[in-house]
Design a protein around this ligand. Structure first.
Ligand code: HEC
Length: 216
C-alpha cells in the first residue's frame, strides 16, 4: 500500500504537470504539503531520496522550482511587452508632435531620463541601444555580450531577443526589442537613415524574484 507521503508527492507531481501550482496562492499550499511530506518522512524513518518509487522530495522541489521559474518568466515577458508598448508609444507621439521643434528634448533623450528614474526606483533597467555603428551618443553603444548579441539579432532581421542571465546569484530576464525609423520624423534627426531602417533597440532587464532562491 502506498504511504501517505507518496500519495502527497503524487498529487504535487500531477499538479506540477498541469502547471496549476506555480501560481502564487497554490505555491503556499505546495510548501505546506511538502512540509507534511518531510514530517511524515521523518516520522516513518524513511530515507530521502531513494525511499519512494519514482518521486522524491528532491524531485518534487526541483519540479516546483522549475514551475515557479516558468511562471516568473511568463510574468517578466508580459512586463517587458507592456513597458515596450508604453515607451514606444510616447517615443512615436513625441516624435510626431515635436520632431521639428529644437527646443523640445528628443524622445530618445527623454526616454533615457525615464529609464533612469524607473531603475532608481528599483522597478527595472532599460537601455537605449544603437544598431547603426554611428550613434548620436556613444553611451548607446552595446556594452555587454547580451547587448551585442541582441543588436546582432536585430540586424539579422529579428524584432525581439531574450535570455536569462545569472548575475550576483540571481536570475535576470533580459530582453531587447527593435527600434526602427518607422516614421518620417525619425529621419529629421537621423538624416543618414531612411524610412524603415533599423536604428537600434531598447533592452530590458528584470530580476526574477529571489524568493525562489532557497529551493536552488
Ligand atoms: C529631435 C531629434 C530626434 C528625433 C526626431 C529622433 N531622434 Fe533618435 N536620437 C536623438 C538624440 C539626440 C539621440 C541621443 C540621445 C541620448 O543618448 O541622449 C537619439 C538616439 C536614438 C537612438 C540610440 C542610438 C543613437 O543614435 O544614439 C535610437 C535607436 C533612436 N534615437 C531612434 C529613434 C527613432 C526610432 C526615432 C523616430 C521614432 C527617432 N530616434 C527620432 C534625436 C532624435
Amino acid at each position: 500500500m502506498p504511504s501517505m507521503r507518496s500519495n502527497i508527492l503524487h498529487i504535487i507531481n500531477s499538479l506540477l504537470k498541469k502547471r496549476v501550482i506555480a501560481r502564487a496562492k497554490s505555491f503556499h499550499l505546495v510548501l505546506i504539503a511538502l512540509f507534511f511530506v518531510c514530517t511524515i518522512t521523518a516520522a516513518e524513518g524513511e530515507k530521502e531520496p531513494t525511499a519512494d518509487k519514482g518521486i522524491s522530495i528532491y524531485k518534487a522541489l526541483d519540479a516546483l522550482y522549475k514551475a515557479i521559474l516558468d511562471e516568473k518568466l511568463d510574468r517578466a515577458r508580459d512586463t517587458v511587452h507592456m513597458l515596450d508598448d508604453l515607451y514606444k508609444t510616447f517615443i512615436v507621439l513625441i516624435t510626431k508632435e515635436y520632431a521639428d521643434d529644437p527646443s523640445v528634448l528628443a524622445a530618445a533623450t527623454l526616454s533615457k531620463k525615464v529609464f533612469n528614474v524607473m531603475s532608481k526606483k528599483g522597478w527595472h533597467k532599460a537601455r537605449l541601444l544603437d544598431a547603426t555603428g554611428s550613434p548620436y551618443n556613444p553611451d548607446n553603444n552595446p556594452r555587454d555580450e547580451f547587448e551585442r548579441d541582441a543588436i546582432e539579432a536585430m540586424i539579422s532581421g529579428k524584432r525581439y531577443f531574450e535570455r536569462i542571465e545569472k548575475t550576483g546569484g540571481i536570475n535576470h530576464f533580459r530582453a531587447a526589442t527593435v527600434l526602427s525609423a518607422d516614421m518620417e520624423g525619425c529621419t529629421y534627426c537621423h538624416p543618414d537613415k531612411k524610412l524603415g531602417d533599423i536604428l537600434g533597440a531598447i533592452s530590458y532587464e528584470i530580476p526574477l524574484d529571489d524568493r525562489i532562491h532557497f529551493l536552488e
